[in-house]
Design a protein around this ligand. Sequence first.
Ligand SMILES: O=C(O)CCC(=O)C(=O)O
Ligand SMILES: [Mn+2]
Length: 172
Amino acid sequence: MIFKKHFLADTHWYEYEIPMYDKVVTAPRMVSWFEDKNNIEAGSNTQELTKDLRNIRQRVEAEIHVKFNAVLLNLYRNGQDSVAWHSDKTDKSGINPIIASVTFGETRLFRLRHKFNKEIPQVEIPLHHGSFLLMAGTTNSFWQHQVPKTAREVLPRINLTFRQVNKPPNII
Ligand SMILES: O=C(O)CCC(=O)C(=O)O
Ligand SMILES: [Mn+2]
């Protein structure tokens, strides 16, 4: 659990505000966003990818031969933290982004549902410590995903999603 401990303690975690109709709601989890230095606009307070994040990215890139310039860290502090149904968009076009996900800590369910055909059964994948999950092709155009809340007593979980972003970043 070395990486979980490290990221828990050494990351600047902050709350993520989601615009929802005419309100703004606070997401039920903590986040931290990093980009490559050359992608960060002057004057922006976006964090630069750390050495550890660059090392993990290198392993991911070597596995799938895809390059990433940003990573979103999500911290699920307990079973009440979650991410609601959504698809990932990493640029304005939103077309077929490639998202590589790495999990540390507690196992949580990752669920997928088809956006248009309700007859297709949902898919449930328990993401364990050290899991690697790749969303590519049309996954994010045709499917939504979520990490539901759980009534079980669970320890913190940290998820890293490597992304390719243009400016300005649009993280989910
Ligand atoms: O925590 C996860 O496994 C997924 C996170 C996610 O979907 C997101 O940040 O867009
Ligand atoms: Mn997502």
